[in-house]
Design a protein around this ligand. Structure first.
Ligand code: AFD
Ligand code: MN
Ligand code: MN
Length: 397
């Protein structure tokens, strides 16, 4: 990396000034795995507590102004809950972010929601999706972030092609209800909870469905939703090139959709993803990407893990921004492989924490948000106030 010190500082401030990331309401609530749940005294279990925790993360980091909301978990009464949510927005200075439909928890979705062989169930699932769009409109939320668990567990038990048709029909219908400034983000996941086929299993399927739905639909890349060897940054390059990249759900994985904290297993992969985005932006591609976190940790402290992820995301975004892309392009053209690689990963090896500390100080933020969280006593106070409840309502089954 051959940028001068002052150029590095300028580039760092430029990158950090533009970086915002959305935090998920469900990241503050008690969750578990199918093997059980370890409740935390400080975990949030009401939407008010989730807004309060989001406000604390934003106070500490300054880059998380929006909170992703989940249908059923955060808005059990749908539109009727909107006035109270707007009040929480004003009280905590946190805006509602993407609206996440819940097409996977109700008993009637046992054999699928939008892909259920029963037309009646499909119609009710579509109604839920349309309600999600209406709630997004009422909350001035731009993105409806759709993940579906639909699939099957045994070969021969479902007609996969028929289900594609039902999905195309439903997403096109949903798309026709979007406000002009709204987007439908179609998320893919190779498996789980379905173990033989998942109806939206990869980026190609999500891309097709989004394109078929209409011009305001695009693809959401959840970094935990890939097989071990998949080259996610190549998928991102394709989605950037085709104008289909809507956003990310950031987390990390070792084996499956483990929802581990971003960068805890493979930070270099996230750096490579961010490089594709910085490079595409240099090339003038329209970049309108929603960076969102999708995590809900079973063992780490909820708020601590959220701050950790936000800080990690900033650092990896900045590392990738520091690549001297002009020089890299020359080395790529001349196929100077080692020089290109050394320049590329030289940015990854750069310890950007002094730069992020400077940026935070320049913005009146705590230089070390994790340290500031610990010093604030916020988690202890929350545990005090909330711990008396038995076990908080889990936001996951
Ligand atoms: C689960 C799903 C998916 C979805 C999230 C919120 O795997 O990532 O986005 O729940 O509904 O993690
Ligand atoms: Mn996700
Ligand atoms: Mn997931």
């Amino acid at each position: 990396m051959t940028l001068s010190e002052s150029a590095i500082m300028d580039r760092a401030f430029q990158a950090l000034n533009s970086f915002r990331i959305e935090i998920p309401s469900w990241g503050f609530a008690n969750t578990g795995t199918r093997f059980g749940k370890f409740v935390q005294a400080a975990a949030a279990s009401t939407i008010e507590e989730k807004f309060a925790d989001a406000a604390e993360v934003n106070r500490l980091t300054g880059v998380t102004p929006t909170l992703a909301l989940h249908m059923l978990w955060d808005l059990p009464d749908g539109l009727k809950d909107v006035p109270a949510v707007k009040q929480l927005e004003r009280r905590f200075g946190i805006r509602s972010g993407s609206i996440n439909p819940n097409l996977f928890q109700n008993q009637e979705y046992k054999f699928g929601s939008l892909c259920n062989p029963s037309r009646a169930v499909r119609e009710r699932a579509l109604k839920h999706l349309l309600d999600s769009i209406e709630i997004a409109k009422a909350l001035d939320s731009r993105d409806i972030s759709l993940w579906m668990a639909d699939g099957s567990n045994y070969p021969g038990t479902q007609n996969m092609r028929k289900r594609i048709g039902w999905l195309e029909e439903a997403l096109r219908a949903a798309h026709s209800h979007l406000a002009p400034d709204q987007r439908l983000l179609v998320e893919y996941k190779p498996f789980e909870p379905a173990f033989y086929h998942t109806d939206i299993a990869d980026w190609g399927m999500a891309s097709h469905l989004a394109r078929h739905a209409g011009p305001q639909a695009c693809v959401l890349v959840d970094t935990g939703h890939h097989y071990n060897a998949q080259n996610i940054e190549q998928i991102v390059a394709w989605l950037l090139h085709t104008g289909m990249l809507g956003g990310f759900h950031f987390n990390d994985r070792r084996y499956a959709d483990d929802d581990l904290t971003l960068g805890s297993i493979d930070p270099y992969q996230i750096f490579r993803i961010f490089h594709e985005i910085h490079a595409a932006s240099d090339d003038g591609l329209a970049i309108d990407i929603a960076y969102m976190i999708d995590q809900s940790h079973n063992l780490k402290g909820k708020i601590e893990a959220m701050v950790q992820t936000v800080v990690m995301a900033q650092e990896l975004y900045l590392k990738a921004a520091l690549i001297d892309r002009k020089k890299l392009a020359e080395l790529q053209r001349s196929c100077e492989l080692v020089a290109a690689e050394e320049l590329y990963r030289g940015a990854f090896w750069c310890d950007v924490r002094p730069l992020t500390r400077e940026w935070r100080k320049a913005h009146g933020l705590p230089p070390d948000p994790l340290e500031a969280l610990r010093a604030s006593g916020y988690v202890e106070r929350a545990a005090e106030e909330r711990g008396s409840r038995s076990s908080a309502v889990s936001s996951y089954a």
